[in-house]
Write a protein that binds this ligand. Structure first.
Ligand code: FNR
Length: 360
């Protein structure tokens, strides 16, 4: 019932938390370890301050940007997150359609619970696909080519989650995927084969580490894929510079929403350092901790070309499916536009670093 939708963003967040099962709450909303990084992402934004510049001309303004040769109606997209069917029976199809209704793109996760081609045919504007390293160069390229054949045009390689983080909340809640929700795009890929375990060996280092990618593999992938590839999960400025030097089309400053390495720094803090290192021309995106339109403004002021939105969309999907996703994104856009008007910015290019004071 549309008139029963929340009217404000925080109500989406509290209602979703209340509606979710203990298991889903642990999977979708919690972070790794003590959740220091999850909290740090949000705190960095809530500590930043915007210095408005009223009285400037704002008539005819817009939130439009161009990015990698594409035009985007807003400087934000839906972050890739896994298993939307845990929250809504239509899963990623509902999310992509809800976002498309607001002219916003969804980055489809490699671990989507709906077939990647099906999502794309449900929402034609949805043409960014996120890859994980599939254990070998050939398999990773194969997944990339499946996505390109389905019509995706921009790829995002996530590099910050080579293994699961320490997910205490999920362990406590006994989180498990139900039998009808699967990473359907990956089911055709054979499970990664590990070398046989010899007594006394480290499971992590001897069984997992040898199938993880390194910079040479990433360099190879960049040369082998006929599409722009962004690297997601960059925090160190030198890694952003290295990404640029191996031909990444851009980087996404991210700590996976605080779900992998607990005690990694807030992404907003590292954004500044990364841009100092790679300059303002190179496409640097960011995500983590954005809950309000003003947070988007702050990230853009500090130099992000665009941002990705994770948990807020999770909550919209949980509360009201496709409509909830659409409404959450609409509220974020309205809030961003209000922030722009109140601060005297007619366009995204008017949002400058001297308008934000970071009190970290
Ligand atoms: C994620 N994220 C993620 N990232 C990715 O590249 N591939 C994936 O499959 C997933 N899966 C995933 C599941 C869930 C439940 C969440 C919450 C997140 C990380 C995601 O893309 C993004 O980096 C963060 O969600 C951004 O932080 P906020 O906006 O959630 O604070």
């Amino acid at each position: 019932e549309p008139d029963q939708l929340p009217h404000i963003l925080p109500e989406y967040y509290t209602r979703a938390r209340d509606m979710m099962s203990l298991q889903n709450r642990a999977y979708f909303l919690a972070g790794a370890g003590d959740e220091a990084t999850l909290l740090a992402n949000e705190t960095a934004f809530s500590c930043a301050r915007i210095i408005p510049r009223p009285l400037r001309e704002t008539g005819g303004g817009s939130t439009q940007i161009s990015l990698l040769g594409q035009s985007h109606a807003t400087p934000f997209m839906v972050a890739p997150f896994a298993y939307h069917r845990l929250l809504d029976p239509l899963g990623e199809t509902a999310t992509a359609r809800g976002a498309q209704a607001q002219s916003i793109k969804t980055v489809v996760s490699a671990q989507s619970s709906v077939d990647l081609a099906q999502i794309r045919s449900a929402a034609a504007s949805c043409d960014w696909f996120q890859l994980y390293w599939m254990g070998s160069r050939e398999r990773t390229l194969e997944l990339a080519e499946i996505a390109l054949a389905a019509g995706y045009t921009v790829l995002v390689l996530t590099i910050d989650a080579p293994v699961q983080g320490v997910r205490d909340r999920e362990i406590e809640a006994g989180f498990q995927l139900p039998p009808d929700v699967r990473a359907v795009n990956l089911s055709a890929f054979p499970a990664t084969r590990f070398t046989p375990l010899i007594e006394g060996q480290s499971f992590v280092f001897d069984h997992i580490a040898h199938v993880l990618p390194n910079w040479r593999d990433v360099d190879w992938l960049m040369q082998s894929v006929a599409a722009p590839v962004l690297l997601k999960g960059i925090l160190h400025p030198d890694d952003a510079a290295r990404a640029a030097s191996v031909g990444a089309a851009g980087v996404i400053v991210s700590n996976h929403g605080g779900r992998v390495l607990d005690r990694a720094p807030a992404t907003l803090e590292m954004l500044l350092e990364v841009i100092k290192r790679v300059g303002s021309e190179y496409p640097v995106l960011m995500d983590g901790g954005i809950r309000r339109g003003v947070d988007i403004f702050i990230a853009l002021a500090l130099g992000a070309k665009a941002v990705l939105i994770g948990r807020p969309v999770v909550c919209g999907l949980c509360v009201a499916g496709e409509l909830g996703v659409s409404h959450v994104l609409r509220l974020l856009r309205d809030e961003l536009e209000i922030a722009m008007l109140l601060s005297g910015c007619a366009s995204i290019n008017d949002i400058h670093a001297d308008m934000v004071h970071l009190k970290l």
